[in-house]
Design a protein around this ligand. Structure first.
Ligand SMILES: [Zn+2]
Length: 414
């Protein structure tokens, strides 16, 4: 959408949300006959506005004297509007009705989902309702079905990109690691899109499917838990896949199946919760994978974090005062402008750490070496840490000091 149009649309939505919020607080008098129920208007306008602002979640939090609406944008929550608690019930009812929840149930947590077209883009909306002291808390996650970027836009250095392409070109287990919300599944989806070919059968097993990727078979685990990931993987094998993407390795059964498929000559892609690349090895050992099998299967691990980019419109250079980074003095930050809604940051970039399992590293895994030793070997074999990659982005003015600190683990300073 064109910037001017977007601005006008945001202004219109803002007005709509505010007037709907006011009407929601009105007592139902005889003379007041709204053409469209304000709860419907408010919910719809929130979805549209959230999508325009690039929000990933909408939070409706009932408090003592009102309902707070916040958007999560680039990882942080921002206040948007507050409406009267009088309107809460009708808004919650509307949310429950469109997402298939029981509208009469107010005391138990519920989940629902539905699909929506917002400005020509397909979204999957997942709604969670949780009873709290002041009413039902609602959180809506907006998932775009379209990939936000391509493989080339993943910001790997040329060496890292070459290593990733090597991992993806042969059988083996390739893992993406990092905390929840670090964009692991987006990166995996970019890999899969790159791998799609009429000569390969690509199957994904997810809980549930996030991105729709043409040219692949995607299996969503049913929400009722009847089918476990491990069980589904056995059926996937009967589908004669060349490439299998597993949403996440969470248990021993899934870990075992993933390793077995990789050893049997398939490319297996999945995600794990570990802080850095090398810790994928002890994590898989904890899940019961033996060193020999692990060494045979694992071809690479990519750790990832998402950090905020400095807004290009209001970026300025300044001289750092503190001595946190003695060798870097000239830094950049965003001062806040209309473009970034005064935040000084806009959008995010993935910072990576690519660990390719080289022959030396493979022998060390097979020999059961400890994590520290594996890390030293990986470093000697050319591993560039997330901290080092983040430092490059800091020096280049892509990210600010707070974003850099969020990667290196040094607490943020405001
Ligand atoms: Zn700005």
């Amino acid at each position: 959408m064109d910037e001017e149009l977007k601005k006008a649309e945001l202004k219109r939505l803002r007005g709509e949300i505010e007037s709907a919020a006011v009407r929601l607080g009105m007592p139902r008098g005889k003379k007041f006959v709204p053409e469209t129920a304000p709860a419907v208007l408010l919910t719809d306008a929130l979805f549209y506005e959230a999508s325009l602002l690039g929000a990933s979640d909408i939070h409706l939090t009932p408090e003592e004297d009102g309902v707070r609406v916040r958007y999560r944008i680039d990882g942080d929550l921002y206040d948007r509007v507050t409406f009267s608690k009088t309107g809460l019930l009708s808004v919650v009812t509307r949310m429950k009705a469109i997402s298939g929840m029981d509208i009469a149930e107010h005391h138990l947590p519920q989940n629902g989902r539905f699909s929506l077209d917002l400005y020509g883009k397909d979204y999957d909306l997942r709604i969670s309702a949780l009873p709290s002291a002041y009413g039902e808390n609602i959180v809506i996650r907006l998932l775009s079905r379209e990939l936000p970027f391509t493989f080339r836009e993943l910001a790997f250095s040329p060496d890292e990109e070459a290593a990733v392409l090597r991992m993806l070109s042969k059988p083996g287990l390739v893992l993406l690691t990092g905390p929840t919300g670090c964009g692991k599944s987006t990166t995996l989806a970019c890999f899969l899109k790159e791998l799609v070919s009429e000569h390969r059968n690509i199957v994904t097993v997810e809980d549930p499917v996030e991105y729709l990727i043409e040219g692949t078979e995607q299996v969503s685990l049913p929400a009722d838990g009847r089918l476990t990931l491990g069980m589904a993987l056995k059926d996937v094998l009967r589908q004669d896949p060349d490439i299998v993407m597993i949403g996440e390795i969470r248990d021993a059964e899934t870990a075992r199946e993933a390793v077995r498929m990789a050893i049997a000559g398939r490319l297996v892609l999945s995600t794990l919760h570990t802080a850095d690349a090398v810790h994928a090895v002890p994590r898989l050992r904890d899940l019961g994978v033996e060193n020999g099998f692990l060494a045979d299967a694992l071809t690479g691990v990519i750790a990832q974090r998402l950090v905020k980019r400095i807004c290009p419109k209001c970026r300025t250079q300044y001289t750092a005062e503190d001595a946190a980074l003695p060798d870097v003095r000239q830094l950049f930050r965003g001062n806040g402008c209309e473009e970034c809604q005064g935040r000084g940051v806009k959008g995010r970039i993935a910072v990576h750490e690519v660990m390719e399992v080289t022959p030396r590293l493979r022998s060390a895994i097979r020999a059961g070496k400890e994590t520290d030793e594996l890390y030293s070997i990986a470093r000697e074999e050319g591993l560039r840490t997330m901290g080092e990659n983040a430092l490059e982005l800091l020096k280049g003015g892509v990210i600010d000091l707070n974003a850099f600190r969020s990667v290196t683990g040094i607490p943020e300073r405001k």
